[in-house]
Design a protein around this ligand. Structure first.
Ligand SMILES: NC(=O)c1ccc[n+]([C@@H]2O[C@H](COP(=O)([O-])OP(=O)(O)OC[C@H]3O[C@@H](n4cnc5c(N)ncnc54)[C@H](OP(=O)(O)O)[C@@H]3O)[C@@H](O)[C@H]2O)c1
Length: 349
């Protein structure tokens, strides 16, 4: 399931032909891909993204994954002063390039905003079997009470979105607002539902996590760590609370999927990424990957250039100069109301 075909040397005609083939002839024939292809290969070496073992799943996973927020939100300039979502054609190029560079982990967005784009892109690429797909279910964020039927329904809907018969991971993904009052911590109903989905062959592995506090994570490791296979939590140069939690998660053998290496882009805002801050996103991912308890760093991307830069973080050894630059970034408060929970609960150095 995770094997990758070998890639010829970049810059050669055969590479070009192979890549055009990889990303789908229809897209290539439109001529849209040509300039991006040149751009892509001018910026990358032959480097592949390294793999790590995802905890008790035993799966070999790319240490960098592509996040689901990439497809759901309007973050790409539309040329008319507004913003739009990446198109399926763009997703084909970004996902095709990622797989080409060794990526095999594709995450979903917050369940409420999940998009059909990555599923459609994978179908066009014919590469569903080259990647591990992770979905997130969080029906209670809709105010729906704990109910196994809801988990089945949300999973079915997601299988349709991803155009697949099964997904590799189903992550229960609630927020602190759902806990503990809503009964989130009585996960017995979810565990029964997940077991049934596993038996039906619709999901392979399970996980939990998201926007709740470090204390709630610790409680969850203790109560549910034996059952679940993975957990997903925020970690970046400024929000380092995960460092205190990961040893407890590892004791339970949980695979560690980190999210938000850029605090959803807030840590990159107003940076001169083409000038003195060039390479900063790469270094921020390299920082997360320095922590050997992390198995996958999942990042959101909106363009092919962002994708290529972020994947180039694999194998980077940070220099003292790069570390000094990261320390400066870590000292910058994230003044965005939406991320107040990160600043409040996850700041620790
Ligand atoms: N509740 C949930 O289910 C949940 C919650 C959080 C995260 N996640 C998962 O974790 C993933 C990662 O978190 P995230 O996407 O919120 O945050 P993130 O990866 O910290 O930040 C993504 C943003 O950073 C910017 N960016 C990325 N690479 C860049 C580059 N090379 N140069 C410049 N800017 C760059 C982009 O901003 P612009 O838009 O400005 O281009 C992008 O939108 C998500 O996609 C999702 O899979 C799930």
């Amino acid at each position: 399931m995770t094997e990758h075909r070998s890639k010829p040397k970049p810059g050669t005609d055969s590479t070009r032909r192979q890549f055009l083939k990889d990303v789908g002839f229809g897209v290539a024939a439109s001529g849209m891909i040509e300039p991006l292809l040149d751009n892509a290969y001018s910026q990358t070496s032959d480097r592949k993204v390294k793999h790590r073992v995802l905890g008790k799943t035993g799966l070999s996973v790319s240490e960098i994954g592509i996040g689901g927020h990439s497809w759901a939100y309007k973050r790409v300039p539309d040329g008319k002063g507004g913003l739009r979502r990446p198109t399926v054609d763009e997703a084909v190029r970004m996902i095709g390039k990622s797989i080409d560079m060794g990526v095999n982990f594709l995450d979903s967005c917050t369940a409420l905003e999940e998009s059909s784009t990555p599923g459609e892109a994978l179908k066009r690429l014919g590469m569903r079997d080259k990647v591990l797909v992770s979905i997130r279910v969080s029906h209670k964020t809709k105010g729906i009470k704990a109910d196994k039927q809801e988990i089945y329904k949300w999973t079915e809907d997601r299988l349709k979105l991803w155009q697949t018969d099964y997904v590799d991971f189903c992550l229960l993904c609630n927020t602190e607002r759902d806990t503990p009052q809503s009964g989130y911590w009585d996960m017995s109903y979810s565990i029964e539902a997940l077991d049934k989905l596993k038996k039906q062959g619709k999901i392979r592995f399970t996980g939990f996590g998201c926007h709740f506090t470090p204390e709630l994570f610790l409680e969850a490791f203790e109560k549910f760590g034996d059952y679940f296979d993975t957990c997903s939590l925020p970690y970046n140069i400024r929000h380092r609370g995960a460092e205190k939690l990961l040893p407890a998660a590892k004791k339970k053998g949980l695979g560690i999927i980190t999210i938000k290496p850029f605090a959803r882009g807030a840590l990159l805002k107003d940076r001169d990424l083409k000038g003195e801050d060039a390479g900063l996103p790469r270094d921020m991912i390299a920082f997360v990957l320095e922590n050997k308890l992390v198995d996958i760093c999942t990042c959101g991307v909106h363009t092919l250039d962002q994708t290529i830069e972020n994947l180039s973080a694999s194998g980077v050894k940070l220099t003292p100069g790069q570390r000094r630059r990261l320390e400066k970034v870590a000292g910058t408060p994230v003044d965005v109301q939406e991320y107040a929970w990160l600043e409040r609960d996850w700041r620790y150095a």
